[in-house]
Structures are given as C-alpha cells and as structure tokens.
Design a protein around this ligand. Structure first.
Ligand SMILES: C[S@@+](CC[C@H](N)C(=O)[O-])C[C@H]1O[C@@H](n2cnc3c(N)ncnc32)[C@H](O)[C@@H]1O
Length: 224
C-alpha cells in the first residue's frame, strides 16, 4: 500500500481489491439503467454516475449493510447499485423522493422500497415501523429535522454518505456541514472526502468522483 496516497485513494483501492471482481460485471447494467431511464423520460441529467454508484456498491458490500436509506431517488441508478450489493447481505434499500419518476424496474422491487415523500416523512414512517438504518446515501442534503430522525434510527455502526461533495457549496458540502453539526456520533467517526480526480482502480475503471463518507473509526481501521 502506498502511504503517499490520500486516505480516500487507499480506502477506495482497498475496497476494490476485496469486492471489485463482483462489481466490474455489474457496471454496464448500472450504466445502462442510468442512460435508458433518462432517455425514456427525456431527462437531461442528474442521475448518479458509475464512479459513485460503483463506490456505493463497494461500501454496502464491504460493510455488510442491511438497512440502507436513500434521500433522492430520481431515476433510481444509485438505488439499483446499492440494491445489487445489498442482496448479498440479505439487505434492502428504502429510497424516497417527493417526485415519482416511475423508473425502478419490476426486477428490483423486492429489494428496493420506494417512498413517495420527502426524507423527513420517510424517516418518520420508518421510525413508526420500528426500523433501523445502518447506511444513508444523501443525494439531496438532509434537513436538520431529517438528521434528528437519523440520530434516533441509526445503528451504532451507521455509515453516512453524501453525493456532490464539490467545493465550495454543492449539496454534499452542505450535507457534510449539517452532519458535522448535528449527528450524535460524529466524534467517533472520520470523514473521507473525494480527491480532485476519481481513483483509478483498474485500467479504464475510475471510482469515487464526489461522494463524502462519514464512517466510524473502528470500521475504517480494517481498510486503510
Ligand atoms: C440528484 S437527484 C437524485 C439522483 C439519484 N441518486 C439517481 O441515481 O438517479 C435528487 C433528487 O432528490 C429529490 N428531493 C428533493 N427534495 C427531497 C427531499 N426533501 N427528500 C428526498 N428527496 C428529495 C429530487 O426530487 C431529486 O429527484
């Protein structure tokens, strides 16, 4: 391992080393959903790209996540990527969006539950159902109210991820600031922030473009 590399690069390469062979054959399927779903609806942009979807896959797989919550479904590319990893762990994905684009294919409906509502309401619903959450992917910055729900629902080993960590103030930066201020276990965790360029993990494969990860120190220790 090259210690001159950033923490982020070492972390991504370490996850890829363990689970990359499972991920690589799935990347075309993930990309295909992104392109075809948006084409069908005439949507020009905004779905999570393969570099971050692949990274999410590795995180869910490596940390054996079973109860994943996503803020912002849109066309469902990231939900699909996480569900492909979660199915190995007996896990499922709950994803929510106040808009319903109807893009989740029938084939994943057993693994992905769509809640047609904003994250605050979706988290409150999960709380009424006595559910817990061990992983959040925020592709829309969580409100303080949503973070208060996360404080109540999250497991001790909870991992938080946020998309579009792009300085100075894209939504991942906002999410990081709010989680740092309001998440109850932040002091036991480390932020892993993307480098300026994605991490090249194999010829022609780049992962982790702009996802911020807040991970408990005791989980991180095994991987870097
Ligand atoms: C960048 S898109 C998500 C892209 C998605 N990850 C994908 O792979 O297609 C952000 C989505 O967040 C949704 N959104 C806006 N406010 C929200 C809220 N309060 N709770 C949940 N989702 C919200 C928007 O409607 C939009 O569809």
């Amino acid at each position: 391992m090259n210690n001159l590399e950033s923490l982020n690069a070492r972390f991504v390469k370490s996850l890829f080393h363990a689970y990359g062979s499972d991920l690589v054959p799935l990347l075309p399927e993930i990309r295909n959903h992104n392109v075809t779903a948006r084409e069908r609806l005439g949507l020009s942009g905004g779905s999570t790209g393969n570099a971050d979807c692949g990274f999410l896959y590795l995180l869910v797989r490596a940390f054996n996540r079973r109860s994943i919550f996503e803020i912002g479904t849109y066309v469902g590319t990231s939900a699909i990527a996480m569900s492909l990893a979660a199915r190995n762990n007996d896990g499922t994905v709950v994803t929510c969006d106040p808009e319903d684009y109807g893009c989740l294919p029938e084939s994943v409906k057993e693994l992905i539950r769509f809640l047609h509502m904003p994250s605050e309401e979706a988290l409150a619903l999960l709380q009424r159902e006595n559910k817990t959450v061990d992983f959040v992917f925020a592709d829309w910055a969580p409100s303080q109210q949503a973070i208060e729900r996360i404080n109540e629902l999250s497991t001790d080993d909870f991992i938080f991820t946020a998309h579009d960590y792009v300085l100075p103030d894209d939504k991942g930066v906002v999410a990081k600031k709010l989680m740092t201020e309001h998440y109850k276990r932040v002091k036991e965790c480390t932020w892993i922030l993307p480098d300026e360029e994605p991490v090249q993990v194999a010829p022609g494969i780049e992962l982790q473009q702009c996802t911020a990860v807040l991970i408990p120190n005791r989980l991180l220790a095994d991987w870097v």
